[in-house]
Design a protein around this ligand. Structure first.
Ligand SMILES: C[S@@+](CC[C@H](N)C(=O)[O-])C[C@H]1O[C@@H](n2cnc3c(N)ncnc32)[C@H](O)[C@@H]1O
Length: 406
């Protein structure tokens, strides 16, 4: 038998633990960190420990693992495939480790990596890929490499094309309010996988510059629509590209379902038999006020917020907004697409009963380098917007929350 070589590299392997007994000794921070992974792998976990952190206790209370409230005793590893030794009693750790060796059970030790027969890699997951990194005795470096790889896979900056054929179809991706960092991880990844991107004006443009030249980027506003409506032409373009076998990202500002016509596109895809997935985005209605320090709710100040479209003025027969009722609410009112009709909107709110001195903030191009905020009241906001030259895109926030910030 060859002699043991302590400096030999570890042999990486993926354990399939589903339904198999894993014994965890000690219910402290180490167990708390490792247990979620073991449970996610389907392991039949027995925890032996006289105490547990609240998070570990919650797993036991939820029936996710069996917990015996006592110290380790010889024989506890009976039937185990794998053991994690992490008690604060060095003698118990030694004894359990010796039992594992005796029974030929792979044993991880939190107190003594050299004495362990197995090491836990730094692991992360992204879309069905498990990344596991071992660097010998430098766990911080393992974690840093893991983070870099997982982050790169998630946001698409690490190009790792999969051989699995890309499914043609459409993804409606909410790009967030404007700052390119405020798109979701999934949105960014799908963007990186797209063959075709049909982009709205308010979706963060910087991310389009990062796409490879092979990706066809189409400005939604420039799709010719002839006798059809613009929206119908966009729907037709989505369907045409997807039916030609391409993966199409419909890239929008904010969230696709907040004044984003996302459902019209989802329905059009469904009717055409084109698979369509929706990726939520951070809506400007909440994040743009937040970016300038306005919370849409605040304890003791506003227990509700209402988001309305101001794209048609109060009194216009096409408006579906009940301005009379809105004026009676005490909470926060957020108006999108209203900057050009702010005079009529403010006047209607005052006429129907909201006090004229109610604070109002208008935030233009929130979360971008051009962000600016103009403060006023319902009585003065129309003049302030005119005098300051506020232009769309802007969010109007009405209510006492405007004044609660530091
Ligand atoms: C057609 S709506 C789309 C809203 C989007 N789906 C969302 O969830 O944010 C466009 C309006 O959103 C608001 N908006 C979007 N992005 C904004 C930003 N960065 N700053 C201020 N307002 C913004 C403006 O009121 C603009 O007129």
């Amino acid at each position: 038998m060859p002699a043991s070589q302590p400096d030999a590299p570890a042999y990486p392997v993926g354990l399939r633990l589903s339904g198999r007994r894993v014994v965890v000794l000690g219910g402290g921070q180490v167990a708390q960190r490792r247990l979620p992974g073991l449970l996610a792998a389907g392991a039949d976990v027995l925890l032996v420990s006289s105490s547990a952190t609240p998070a570990v206790q919650a797993m036991a209370d939820a029936g996710e693992l069996a917990w015996e409230r006592r110290r380790y005793r010889a024989g506890d590893l009976e039937g185990a495939w794998y053991v994690l030794v992490a008690t604060d009693d060095p003698r118990a750790n030694e004894a359990a480790s010796a039992e594992a060796e005796e029974r030929r059970i792979w044993c991880v030790r939190s107190d003594d990596a050299d004495a362990a027969t197995a090491w836990t890699p730094a692991t992360g997951r992204s879309e069905g890929v498990t990344v596991a990194v071992l660097t010998g005795r430098d766990p911080r470096r393992s974690a840093a490499v893991r983070d870099a790889v997982v982050e790169g896979l998630r946001d698409g900056t690490l190009a790792a094309p999969h051989r699995r054929a890309r499914t043609p179809g459409v993804a409606l991706v909410g790009g967030g309010p404007g700052d390119p960092d405020l798109i979701t991880v999934r949105g960014r990844r799908l963007l990186a996988e797209a063959d075709v991107v049909i982009a709205d004006r308010l979706a963060p443009r910087e991310l389009l510059d990062e796409l490879p030249p092979s990706v066809q980027v189409i400005d939604a506003a420039k799709i010719p629509y002839g006798r059809a409506m613009a929206q119908e032409a966009i729907n037709a373009a989505l369907i045409e590209h997807a039916k030609a076998g391409r993966f199409v990202v419909r890239y929008k500002g904010g969230d696709p379902f907040v004044f984003g016509r996302g459902m019209e596109e989802a329905i059009a895809c469904a009717e055409a038999g084109v698979p369509c997935t929706v990726v939520p985005g951070i809506s400007s209605s909440i994040s743009v006020p937040g970016a300038v320090g306005i919370p849409v709710t605040h304890r003791g100040v506003a227990h509700e917020f209402t988001v309305v479209s101001g794209h048609v003025a109060p009194g216009d027969s096409r408006s579906l907004v009940d301005w009379r009722s809105l004026a009676r609410l005490r909470g926060t009112l957020v108006v999108l697409m209203g900057v050009e009709r702010v005079r009529e909107i403010a006047a209607a709110l005052v006429e129907y009963g909201r006090p004229g001195d109610t604070p109002v903030a208008v935030v233009q191009e929130g979360t971008t380098a051009a962000q600016r905020r103009v403060d006023a009241t319902l009585e003065t906001v129309a003049e302030a917007v005119r005098a300051e030259g506020v232009r769309p895109p802007a969010v109007i926030v009405v209510g006492e929350v405007v004044a609660v910030g530091p």
